[in-house]
Design a protein around this ligand. Structure first.
Ligand code: BGC
Length: 919
């Protein structure tokens, strides 16, 4: 006994000495970003926001002050000369959303910055590494280029029954620098899509530039540093341009025979830009797009996002984008007028090739028809490698699944032709990938291939605007681990400049219902701060004049009344989550006027605080066996909006507005309860979704909420632990069950493999999230909706369970905004042996893991530097809890806040904690 005490004392003694020593280590500064980006070039935010992430050994480590230096050169910054901005020592714990406060930033200028911080004992850190950014062209007068293109004529009369697919346009300009170059920057854009070329190579690694916007309101340009690629003597800059979203086919326009089926923004794609050559003597020469450029057609004969690309290599103008090319046969480009939209820097993330994948199998379902299995359902393109005779024509078609006979299923692509064609030039090995189309696929069908192809004939290029590297998740249930992978794969496939509903059929639109329901999940899988900031500009641009947000954004169609409850509410739910996750109040300010207008629209549409269904209502889209009324959905989302608006107004310091929305919420809640909630705690419609929405949105009267939750649990149990809910209800069923402590039931749903459930898709071999609960079954193709034309296998909406997986199963949430005050409250249940996960928040990586030991429960957590957490331990007996094998009352790092019925709530500072709870 005595020995035990001595050992214990020694351990505690050494731990505290260790901590004292360790606490002396200054804070380490990492992940420097500006406007959510790492060293961006070309930016037009005049007061950009800085962020950094702190790391430190030990516990309770935090920042008490910072100092930022911004210099006009690396040399000045090295000498600690902040000639642009020296913030001085600012007493603050902020490490993000820190606004630039120096002199006015200038066009076409690079800035260098670094930061140092002081910790809890006022110990100064060393300077961070240097980061930098550069400004784009901030004034209209900076622009010298003309919008130019090649005239390919126009010969389309039939709108609906044959496709019109004009060829790509090629532009080139030869130039010779007059002196030694110090820096060369290209500022470029297009109405349409473009690829910039310099001396035979692609410039940058972007795809689908300049991105999709309402081109009547804004057009984004790109900035490329091309210094390294400029040669002495002749250089050639070139551009290939195609219709893209500007002039090509978009969405279901052709399918439903809208008045316009393409050319929603304009008819002729055109390119504009300029190169700034900065010579060593400080002089600048600008090479703008103008009529001294040359234009022509080339090998890309067809290029359309939905329909595919045709490349005739026999028509290549070999060397057209390199020096020493004879362009005598090329024409003078046609000049187009400037668009009405503002020229701006793309605030989000352009599409990139995030992964190259090798096929895993080739089959030959028909002689000469080869099907490549890429192993997972992605969005992207195929790179073809082939050797053969000149004029050989290879056709590539794409599908997400195979029919029984082994051929690809294409019915669900509807009118997206999704076909690429390559015609060989016949001079040895030819490697080709399309530039202006993409497909949603797991399988590629190849016909016309000379001989029998081997696996290396095809490489899959995953295209996405994001990388799903913000979180990790693993559990004792393998199916759920696969589900997590599938959610990420599907998010990557659909975060494609905008959050699309699906990447394969003739749709690929920024449907707002899907986006709002998935927003929080999206932020947990990937850093979507700038991606969603960009999308919110699209949402704001698309708002109807009368206040409703439309069904999708951008909204190119001129159709009236295109709005629906739970879809239009994205205009409030997404900005709210940007604030919650990234502590971003600037986006709230940007959206606020529109959000208020939307609330007025809803007030106007309501009778006695109840908003009816209205618009072209989709209800609880794709629910099964139960239908929730459109009016219920309209009314509940209106209540949720009011609740969120009160928080948004508060965050913006608009106290009177916050009060206004709090009152509105109470009024809605009262009216809602009167109409929809009965005294026995049942909803009048008694569907899973009605309980889920009303409970999660706090619309149940307080005295009936527990009864409502118990009825939801009972209904789920009666339904064999399966869903009857659709896009709107499903994630809220999980969130509502956990909110009221029904953890076991939530896990039974989570682990379910019978239809309808997530597990059903996983056990049926899915690598992605399906649009429908029953999109496909392995054994019973005929009983499924497999041939439905409305059946996508890459639809993230049902993947919105990721929100519950992190907030509840792993148990990581934010109490305030931006994860400064963290909540660790895992839903611990015997239904799982263990769950562990981590999330890279804007304030650092948070992790939480729990598992069952023999007579105890283990909870291991990590709280990032400069944050603190409330930890919910599932016992009311403090004496049962140990941390690092020490009772809590011996542990100075841990404060017991409260010990109640089910939980003991602890407050901890940064650091790692290992809890052991006696069971
Ligand atoms: C889309 C959905 C969307 C829905 C509206 C569909 O065509 O694919 O995801 O939300 O329309 O009901």
């Amino acid at each position: 006994m005595k020995i035990k005490v001595i050992v214990f004392l020694l351990i505690t003694h050494f731990t505290s000495i260790y901590n004292v020593l360790v606490n002396k280590t200054p804070l380490n500064i990492d992940t420097l970003k500006i406007e959510y980006l790492t060293n961006p070039i070309g930016m037009d935010v005049l007061k950009p926001r800085f962020s950094w992430v702190l790391e430190a050994e030990g516990r309770n480590r935090y920042q008490t002050a910072y100092r930022i230096l911004v210099s006009s050169s690396q040399e000045k910054l090295n000498q600690n000369e902040g000639d642009i901005w020296d913030s001085g020592k600012i007493t603050s714990s902020d490490t993000n959303q820190v606004e630039y406060g120096g002199v006015s930033l200038r066009s076409h200028t690079t800035y260098y910055w670094k930061v140092k911080v002081w910790d809890e004992s006022n110990t100064e850190s060393s300077w961070s590494e240097t980061a930098h950014w550069s400004m784009g062209l901030l004034k209209f007068s900076n622009w010298k280029g003309l919008f130019i293109s090649h005239d390919v004529g126009y010969d389309k009369t039939d709108k609906y029954d044959s496709l019109y697919l004009p060829p790509a346009r090629y532009l080139r300009k030869s130039f010779t620098p007059k002196k030694k170059i110090k820096k060369a920057i290209a500022y470029t854009t297009a109405l349409g899509l473009y690829e910039l070329r310099l001396n035979g190579n692609k410039v940058g690694d972007d795809y689908f530039a300049p991105g999709w916007t309402d081109y009547n309101k804004r057009l984004y340009y790109q900035t490329y540093d091309i210094t390294e690629h400029i040669n002495e003597g002749e250089n050639v800059i070139g551009a290939i341009i195609a219709d893209g979203w500007y002039a090509g086919y978009i969405g279901y326009g052709l399918l439903v025979r809208l008045d316009k089926v393409r050319e929603y923004y304009g008819v002729n794609p055109s390119f504009m830009g300029q190169i700034h050559l900065e010579y060593e003597d400080g002089s600048i020469e600008i090479i703008p797009t103008d009529t001294t450029w040359k234009s022509s057609q080339g090998a890309i004969c067809e290029a359309d996002i939905l329909m595919g690309e045709t490349y005739d290599a026999t028509m290549e103008n070999t060397g057209w984008d390199s020096p020493n090319y004879d362009d005598k046969s090329w024409e003078t480009p046609k000049v187009y007028t400037y668009p009405n939209g503002k020229l701006q820097v793309h605030p989000g993330n352009l599409v990139k090739n995030t992964e190259r994948i090798r096929p895993i199998k080739i089959t030959e379902p028909k002689p000469g028809t080869y099907v490549f299995d890429m192993g997972k359902n992605i969005a992207g393109i195929a790179e073809l490698k082939v050797k053969g005779l000149k004029g050989t024509k290879i056709t590539l078609r794409f599908g997400e699944i195979l029919k029984r006979d082994g051929n690809i299923l294409t019915e669900n692509l509807r009118l997206a032709r999704a076909t690429d064609t390559y015609i060989l030039k016949g001079d040895g090995e030819e490697v080709w990938q399309p530039k202006f189309t993409y497909h949603g696929f797991q399988y590629i069908e190849l016909t016309g291939f000379p001989g029998k192809p081997t696996l290396d004939a095809i490489t899959g290029l995953v295209l996405s605007s994001i990388q799903t590297d913000a979180s990790t998740f693993s559990s004792s249930n393998e199916m759920n681990n696969k589900l997590y992978e599938n959610i990420k794969t599907t998010q990557e496939a659909n975060f494609f400049d905008i959050p699309t509903d699906c990447p394969q059929r003739d749709e690929r639109l920024g449907w707002l219902g899907d986006a709002q329901t998935f927003m929080r999940s999206a932020s947990l899988n990937a850093d979507v701060a700038s991606f969603m900031s960009k999308f919110l500009i699209d949402v704001d641009d698309a708002q109807r004049w009368y206040g409703a947000y439309p069904n999708f954004a951008p909204f190119p169609y001129s159709r009236p009344n295109q709005y629906a409850p739970a879809w239009m509410d994205a205009g409030i739910i997404i900005p709210y989550n940007m604030y919650k996750v990234y502590n971003d109040t600037r986006i709230l300010e940007y959206m606020y006027v529109g959000m208020e207008k939307f609330m007025e629209f809803q007030a106007d549409a309501s009778t006695d605080f109840l908003r009816p269904g209205g618009g072209n209502n989709w209800g609880d889209w794709l629910s099964v066996n139960e239908t929730t009324s459109h009016d219920f959905i309209g009314a509940s989302y209106y209540g949720y909006d009011a609740k969120l608006m009160a928080e948004v107004a508060e965050a913006l310091g608009k106290t009177a507005d916050a009060e206004k929305y709090k009152t509105l919420f109470q009024n809605i809640k009262t009216a809602f309860a009167k109409k929809y909630i009965q005294e026995n705690g049942h909803t009048s419609e008694d569907t899973q979704t009605t309980y889920a929405l009303a409970l999660y949105f706090d619309l149940f009267p307080e005295h009936l909420a527990k009864k409502g939750a118990s009825r939801l649990a009972e209904k789920i149990e009666n339904n064999g632990f399966k869903f009857s809910s659709g896009f709107l209800g499903t994630k809220h069923v999980m969130l509502a069950l956990s909110k009221y402590g029904y953890y076991d039931i939530a896990y039974k749903l989570f682990k379910q493999t019978e239809y309808p459930s997530w597990g059903y898709s996983v056990v049926n071999g899915s690598t992605s999230i399906w649009e429908r609960w029953n999109s496909y079954t392995k054994d019973e193709l005929s009983n499924s909706d497999i041939n439905s034309k409305m059946n996508s296998f890459s639809h993230y909406a049902f993947g919105s369970v990721a929100e519950w997986m992190f907030i509840n199963a792993v148990g990581i949430d934010t109490e305030d905004s931006g994860y400064r005050n963290i909540i660790i409250k895992p839903a611990i249940s015997k239904e799982m042996n263990f769950i562990k996960g981590s999330y890279k928040s804007i304030n650092g990586t948070i992790s939480s893991a729990w598992n069952w030991g023999k007579n105890h429960l283990n909870m291991d957590i990590e709280v990032p530097t400069n944050t603190s957490a409330k930890v919910y331990i599932p016992t009311s007996e403090v004496s049962k809890i140990k941390e690092s094998n020490m009772p809590l009352n011996k542990n100075p790092d841990i404060k017991v806040l409260q010990s109640e019925e089910e939980f003991t709530i602890l407050k901890v500072g940064s650091g790692k904690y290992a809890f052991k709870i006696k069971t």
